[in-house]
Every structure is written in C-alpha cells, then in structure tokens.
Write a protein that binds this ligand. Sequence first.
Ligand code: SAM
Ligand code: SF4
Length: 324
Amino acid sequence: MIDAYGRKIDYLRISVTDRCNFRCQYCMPEEGIELRKHDEMLTFDEITRIVRIMSSIGIRKIKLTGGEPLVRKGVHSLVEDIRKIDGIKDITMTTNGYLLEDEIDKLVEKGLTGINISLDTLEDTLFKNITRVDGLERVLRGIKKTKDYKELNVKVNCVPLGLEEQDLKSIALLAKEDKIHVRFIEMMPIGLGKKYMFTSEAEIIKELEPEIGEFKPYKNKLGNGPSHYYEIEGFKGKIGFISALSHKFCHECNRIRLTSTGYLKTCLQYDIGVDLRTLLRNGSSDEEILKAIEAAILSKPMEHNFLNSSIDNEEQNGMSRIGG
Ligand code: SAM
Ligand code: SF4
C-alpha cells in the first residue's frame, strides 16, 4: 500500500498492552497511568485478524511492543499466530528485558525473528533511578540468553537523557564482543519525554569517537526502520542512530501503529487514525475493515512537527500507551 505521499507502508507496530513493570522517568509516572480495562484491549484473535487483513495490502513486518509486551500473558502464542499468516516475513519485539530470560525460549520457538532490548545504562544505581526497578542484573541475564540463538537479530536501544552519569560508552561497547547492534534514540517530545532535551547524534559521536574509534558510515540497510548505522573497527555489532529530530526521516516512514485498544495510528505525534476495535466488534466484514485501514493510511500526515510547540490533533497519550 502506498500512502498519499508515495511512501510504501509495510511495517506495523502493535502495542499488546498499556501495562508495564517498569516506571521509566521519561515514559511513565511513578504511580503508573490509568489502565485500560481488559475488555477494552484487543484479544489475540482480533489482533491476528487485523494483521491478516493488513497482510493483503502489503504489511510484511510486525513489531510487538507496549507498555511491556512480556507482561501480557501468553504473548508467545500471538507470535505463533502471526507467524502463520501468509506474507508476514518478520516478527520482532521491543522489551525492557526484565522477563526476557524466562520467555526467550518460547518466543524463538514460536517464530520471533528479532528482539530489541531497551537499556539506558549499565550502572546499577542509575538503572534503578531511571526505571524505578532494581532489575539490571535480570535484564543483563536476558540479553546474555539471546546469544543462544544465532539467527535471532538482537539490538539494544538506549535513549540518552542528557545526564552526565549516563555512560554511553559502556552501552556502545556491548556491540564490541557480540553481534549486538546498539542504537541511540533521540528523546522525542512525547508525554514525559517533553521534560528532556534530546542529545543529538552528532554530540554522541563527538563524545564516543575518541574513546572507541572512528564511526564509519555503513552503507547497507539493516532492519525495518529508520536507523542508520556506523561500523567501528574491532566491533562485531554496529552502532546505529534513530534521530527523529536531528535527521528527520518522515519522507521514508514505512510504519503505522495499532494501540492495545485497537486504534490504528498513522503518525506518532498525531491522534489521526481509525478505531478498528468498533469495526471488529460490530460485525464489520474484512472488506469493510480493509477500506477503513486504507482510508487511514491515505490520511497519514506528511511529517511530524516535534520542534513546533503547538500543533493541531496532537497525540495526548504517552509512549507506553501509544506503543513506542
Ligand atoms: N517497554 C518496552 C521497552 O521499553 O522497550 C516497549 C515500549 S517502550 C515505550 C519502547 C521504547 O520507547 C523504549 O526503548 C523507550 O526507551 C522508548 N521511549 C519511551 N519514551 C520515549 C521518548 N519520549 N522518546 C524516545 N523514545 C522513547
Ligand atoms: Fe515501561 Fe518501556 Fe515505558 Fe520503560 S520505556 S516505562 S519499560 S514502556
């Protein structure tokens, strides 16, 4: 499916829950957020039906996210159901890693092709401070366990918070010994993220290059999304950047998002989209749902406007609800 600006849309991010076992400072308040009721959330069968319908117009890659996707019971069976759909080539997950050591075997067995683990620091006290959970060791054990699966594409995602004590070098070094790609993500002004200044790609390279070696741009495409990568001599993995603000990539945006309550969002920053849950539950046919999806994709905004402080139709939900 091609949108109104000529972009090929082939990537769907699905938030399977708005619940999370962490309370990252830039994502969720300490007391949590008001949670959606269970019957407001899409069932696995409903999600699978949407993916099947979307695969008929060219969706090929799926990312499961949240909230924390691993707190949704039985999420591996959703992986299995989606994997069986014709046309779906890739199914990956973004997780905070806390439950990973217990879940990774089942996820891979059911067909997961890649996993992104969010990790902002390797320093215990700072980890507790950022996530409000004493869980660094568990996350590291989860990452270690991914090494059992040579075919699994493993990435570590880190959001620089502009804190002096956040040691970006140690995070980058995770890509040295193992074939783990480490990506630095610019903080986006969404929800609690608005309180932070983003650290740009140029600033990070300037800080890290003298310490770990020259960043040589990697010409080939890696992964489904907008990150671009650098190679560093002696590193098995690559260092990537997702720089939504300093290197806007809206012109090549290939993604849409499905929230846990069944709202199809076409751009992270706006609430523009369509409520698919109502259609799923009022007896609409696959054709009717497909028409609604196509209309939503055609209304996908041309670009985000994160650097503009007032816009119309701005998304009011935070990242954990949207599905980051
Ligand atoms: N709980 C899972 C996790 O942490 O990977 C999945 C959901 S979380 C919202 C997905 C990613 O969004 C995490 O890597 C997190 O660091 C990132 N994130 C949250 N708020 C953000 C913001 N304002 N700007 C950029 N990234 C953000
Ligand atoms: Fe939870 Fe992920 Fe948000 Fe942290 S970033 S609070 S782990 S949803």
